[in-house]
Design a protein around this ligand. Sequence first.
Ligand code: NDP
Ligand code: GDR
Length: 324
Amino acid sequence: MAKRALITGITGQDGSYLAEHLLAHDYDVFGLVRRTSTLNFERIKHIQDQITLVPGDMTDLTSLIHVLREAQPSEVYNLAAQSFVPTSWSQPVLTGDVTALGVTRILDAIRATDSSIRFYQASSSEMFGKVREVPQTEDTPFYPRSPYGVAKVYGHWITVNYRESYDLFAVSGILFNHESPRRGLEFVTRKVTHHAARISLGLANELRIGNLEAQRDWGFAGDYVRAMWLMLQQETADDFVVATAQTHTVQQLIEVAFNCVDLDWRQYTVQDQRFMRPAEVDLLIGDPSKAKASLGWQPSVTFEQLIEMMVKADYDQLKAEHNL
Ligand code: NDP
Ligand code: GDR
């Protein structure tokens, strides 16, 4: 019989790649979707006839119990979150409700319905925040720098706690930034690649940006969902850092993206205070040795390939949209 998986956050970047990955492994895929007045199935419309969407919300325990009863999954991937760091300062309580308490709700719903379900929690390198060591490993202490990071630390520890308290197969993937042509336009990589493409097509004339010095360990989302799945196929539940072990500044990101369309980034880039954060995470670089050794996981796309892929996708899409 086919395995059944439930993905919360299936309409997001990672949800769509994970759904594709699980379908390729012959899973029956269920996706939790919240009610919206306009549909936002853009990232999953190409697979919508192969998956089952079930209504629910991470803020509503009853709906999560109903969804688990209906889907009867053997694996749950909890990707749903208020995931944009700046929004977590303007909506800190909502961020805590969805990104932190939402994890407890789904874990408790699992306990109430079927405690044999394997559970994946989408933890984040933002938990390391003001980093205590370089590179960051599974043992690096957390020091979050935003309400989002704080909420993710809660989600991480409640996952560990339910594993230890109730013997659930519950794991946490500490994933560093991962990007793709499906990344939301507000995140820095997609903002930059979209602007580079727009400027080169004459559709915009500048890129307004915040901190150029921040350094991130950026990988490809398609590689990272494979690590999520591998974590739930192990004999014992454990937590893993997933990263490329390479870091780049925002400025390097802009240089690479503008080079892809033969533009000099300096001529078009304007620093704008509006995009600076009240507290910044200056440097992230992960050590994925444990994931490599235990899961056999490694990234397949380099930083340069990733940015080129994103610029090209934006360029092609904009060209088609504008009949250029
Ligand atoms: P996205 O922001 O693209 O997707 C978030 C998803 O969560 C969307 O499907 C969204 O639904 C859903 N969601 C938000 N609030 C609720 C709610 N109240 N109830 C139900 N669903 C909700 O994030 P990513 O795909 O990039 O990331 C996936 C997960 O991994 C997130 O938890 C994120 O915090 C975490 N993460 C991401 C990293 C990255 O670099 N991408 C790195 C480390 C961790 P809707 O479409 O309706 O808004
Ligand atoms: P991050 O991603 O906060 O790391 O969280 P984001 O792409 O938003 O920012 C990365 C870095 O770029 C700097 N930056 C800007 N960021 C944005 N969004 N817009 C700008 O104009 C800009 N200028 C400079 C930021 O200050 C920051 O240092 C992402 C999310 O996916 C989280 O959900 C996830 O947990 C982490 O990655 C790992």
